[in-house]
Design a protein around this ligand. Structure first.
Ligand code: URA
Length: 286
């Protein structure tokens, strides 16, 4: 093959998202390897943008409730002291984080998941942590990995339009993912990766304490609700999401992933129904 042909082929592979050298079988990236740990950029601080139009309902929670998620309101600091040679588990590390910056720093320092070695950036969250609504997607893609923010690529743009249709934006919603690092080549997260990162996202929910949870796509829905059904069965109804301590429940709903809607536009009618359910819940709380 000539050099210019090889270059054209390479450009085409990058354009379709094949920008990592990966094997046919996904390696278990929850296992430690000898590979050097690539430093991960600290997560960018969430910078809410001003709302483009006033929503029909209060976008954020009353200050007292929102403030209760901050570090100052939680006096007891739970520390994990790792024994020499024994890495603390993601569950121990997550439980020790008493506010969002601490959780972001804890994830950034977590070396148990090898996805961080192929990712460019940690993707922690975007939006307003005092918002009433928290959305949880699957995992960052290429654009999110480059920019360090969730849902900023093509499917993120559709998600923004879906939110705008019910009066929400990134000032009145908070967004994260099950996995904080991009799986190479945008492959599906493995069960082991999801299990390892789940304590982080569950702690994330506890610290944000939203009024409404929206699980975006089947991977997020089944992981967060611990259900085996697919998104077709899980969407369109309300669930009670239980926090780790089991004391608190939060209204939760599952919606189609925008990447799926881009491939299957006929499902947009059902997606609209789900969005209307979220809007009704926000207009008529409890
Ligand atoms: N898909 C997701 O599930 N999350 C993102 O952040 C981007 C695409």
């Amino acid at each position: 093959m000539r050099a210019d042909e090889a270059l054209t082929l390479l450009r085409w592979q990058i354009a379709i998202g094949a920008d990592e050298a990966i094997e046919a079988v996904a390696p278990d990236r929850t296992r430690p390897t000898e590979a050097p740990v690539r430093p991960v950029a600290p997560p960018p601080a969430a910078q809410p943008s001003p709302p483009s139009h006033p929503p029909a309902y209060p976008p954020t929670r009353p200050p007292a409730r929102a403030a209760a998620t901050g570090g100052a309101a939680i006096p007891v600091e739970r520390r994990v002291v790792a024994m020499p040679g024994i890495a603390a588990s993601s569950a121990e590390i997550a439980a020790a984080a008493t506010d969002l910056p601490a959780l972001a720093a804890a994830i950034a320092g977590f070396e148990g998941c090898q996805l961080r070695n192929t990712a460019t950036n940690l993707v922690f969250a975007d939006g307003n942590p005092a918002a009433r609504v928290m959305l949880i997607g699957e995992a960052p893609g290429g654009d999110e990995d480059r920019l360090g923010k969730p849902f900023v690529g093509v499917s993120g743009q559709l998600l923004d339009r879906m939110l705008a249709a019910i009066g929400l934006d990134r000032n009145s919603a908070y967004i994260t993912n099950i996995l904080p690092w991009r799986p190479p080549g945008n492959r599906k997260p493995t069960a082991a990766e999801i299990a390892m990162c789940l304590p982080f996202v569950r702690r994330h929910v506890e610290l944000v304490a939203p009024e409404v949870l929206v699980f975006v796509g089947g991977t997020s829905a089944s992981a967060m609700l611990d259900r085996s059904e697919g998104i077709m069965r899980l969407r369109g109804r309300w669930f009670q999401y239980r926090s780790d301590e089991g004391k608190k429940t939060t209204d939760a709903i599952c919606i189609f992933h925008p990447a799926f809607l881009l491939r299957s536009p006929a499902q947009k009618r059902e997606a609209w129904r789900d969005l209307l359910m979220i809007r009704s819940r926000l207009v008529t709380p409890d």
